[in-house]
Design a protein. Structure first.
Length: 519
């Protein structure tokens, strides 16, 4: 390829793997370190996760909760390697550019959806038109609205962006990467999100909402020999301990955790594990700057300064390190000078009193939105509530919402403070969509000229040093303006009984479904 797939620097934190798949000369074996030998065909794998997908509509596949099922059903146009930061074609055959503004997407010849219709340039264009339509509530709507495209021939789409963006491949890995059958989309209408038709490695067989999703092998998948599994089931178990018990008992084959004590229990149990640290701190407080109360720095800082993040991280998150900077020490974006606020109850009260004097209010209630049904998040929210309500005159109401309602509230900007991810897991391009004024996932309406300029510089350059410096400037400014307050550092640990291969996570807690196998 020409200059299409910008290579990010390797994660400075490194990649630590126990139970990685090795190549053997004769047959396969199973041990506490995982299966050895070449991947084998057959079998059903049950992967357990904490929350269900909200929809399987390809326009919504950029959502983190839907991505695992979406990439199994649709594949993605591009694939991302978090160990190197490289993008590579997947459902697509190629993606090229000379200047970062005009791109050529080349598709594989002869690929078909599971309904027999062609996976071609017209299908891509149809799906992107749907993503562009606000009624389909795609996280990629803003991106699609800013770009133009032209079907050149059945396997070629020419794309024009408003400005050079060498990070564009990331959108074909997430928000614009899932392509559904136009014929089925037309025929099934609003029911398509529950009855999808793609061209990925698996097809949807049954879906019991909030319980499990059963998928079967697509024998017509373009990548010969894959997927290795005959069946892939996503089983929803919200509680951390129950997921671990499910893997130990054989109810599930594979699961993930981000908690240090759970990872320690996994190791003590002799289970195979694959660990991958992320680029920055994990979940925390996301603020809605469109809300006048939250947008006021005195109120925002009052809430944050009342919090004891050490206590939250230690008690709730199983001994993980509390976030003192957005990017932890040892990662490529770490800046020891950009320290997050620490607990100072007296200053918190002073800030809140300033807010009261400005507004004339005596008491204030702040709503904190979380995903319902996840015990860990509920416990964390109650700790935050108790800490914040030490401020005289300030109350915090915890608002648990089912995942679909929570996603809708985020997209609509119908929240004050939400528990949410920083977005900076493995791919730093996510920062643009979350924190640029025009970002497609900037649901909190954060806007800062310095952040915008740095994010634009990160897209316009192919010099890794310049790109990293731009991202460090973004994190420093987010810290200074209190644009977000992450709570703890995260390492994703995938674990199994030792008979599952291909477990390295590609996105958040999700390994590519077509590469999973049972030894």
């Amino acid at each position: 390829m020409k200059k299409s797939l910008r290579t990010a620097a390797v994660l400075a934190a490194g990649v630590f793997v126990l139970g990685a798949c090795g190549q053997g000369d004769a047959g396969n074996s199973v041990s506490a370190d995982g299966p050895s030998g070449d991947p084998v065909r057959g079998g059903e794998l049950v992967y357990s996760y904490s929350v269900d997908a909200s929809t399987l509509d390809p326009a919504a596949c950029g959502s983190s909760t839907s991505w695992q099922a979406c990439q199994a059903i649709y594949g993605m146009l591009m694939r991302f390697d978090p160990a190197t930061g490289d993008y590579a074609p997947h459902m697509a055959a190629g993606l090229d550019t000379e200047d970062g503004r005009v791109w050529t997407l080349t598709l594989r010849d002869g690929v078909t959806f599971t309904d027999g219709t062609p996976y071609d340039a017209d299908a891509v264009a149809y799906n992107w038109e749907r993503a562009r339509d606000p009624q389909n509530r795609s996280s990629a709507a803003a991106v699609a609205q800013r770009m133009t495209w032209q079907v050149v021939d059945p396997t070629t789409v020419r794309i024009e962006l408003p400005a050079p963006n060498f990070a564009f491949p990331s959108m074909l890995y997430t928000g614009l990467g899932a392509i559904g059958s136009p014929a089925a989309l037309e025929a099934r209408g609003a029911d398509f999100g529950a009855n999808p038709v793609g061209a990925g490695p698996f097809t949807l067989e049954t879906w019991s909402r909030g319980v499990e999703m059963q998928l079967a092998r697509n024998d017509g998948y373009w990548d010969e020999g894959k997927p290795y599994l005959d069946a892939f089931t996503i089983k929803i178990i919200a509680d951390e301990r129950q997921r671990l018990a499910a893997v130990e008992s054989g109810e599930a084959d594979l699961a993930a955790t981000i908690l240090a004590d759970s990872a320690a229990q996994v190791e003590q149990a002799g289970l195979a594990l694959t660990e991958r640290p992320t680029l920055a701190a994990a979940q925390g407080l996301r603020f809605n700057f469109a809300d006048p109360a939250v947008a006021d720095e005195n109120l925002r800082r009052a809430v944050v300064l009342a919090m004891n993040v050490d206590e939250i991280a230690g008690v709730v998150h199983g001994g993980v390190g509390p976030a003192t900077t957005i990017a932890p020490e040892g990662t490529r974006f770490h800046d020891p000078a950009a320290m997050l606020p620490s607990e100072d109850l007296a200053e918190a009260q002073r800030r809140f009193d300033l807010y009261r004097s400005e507004t004339g209010l005596d008491t204030v209630d702040v709503q904190y939105m979380i995903v319902a049904g996840i015990p860990l998040l509920a416990q964390e929210a109650q700790m935050i509530k108790a800490q914040v309500e030490r401020i005289d005159g300030l109350t915090l109401t915890v608002l648990p919402l089912e995942i679909a309602a929570r996603q809708a509230a985020l997209r609509n900007g119908d929240f004050m403070i939400a528990n949410d991810s920083m977005g900076l897991n493995y791919d730093p391009e996510a920062l643009y969509e979350r924190y640029h004024t025009a970002g497609s996932e900037n649901f909190g309406k954060y806007s800062d000229p310095q952040v915008d300029a740095a994010l634009e510089a990160s897209r316009a350059s192919q010099d890794p040093a310049e790109v990293d410096e731009a991202y460090r400037a973004v994190l420093a400014r987010l810290t200074e303006t209190l644009g977000v307050r992450p709570l703890f550092y995260q390492t994703t640990t995938m674990y199994s009984r030792g008979d599952v291969g291909g477990t390295e996570p590609e996105y958040l807690y999700y390994p590519p479904a077509d590469g999973l196998w049972i030894g």
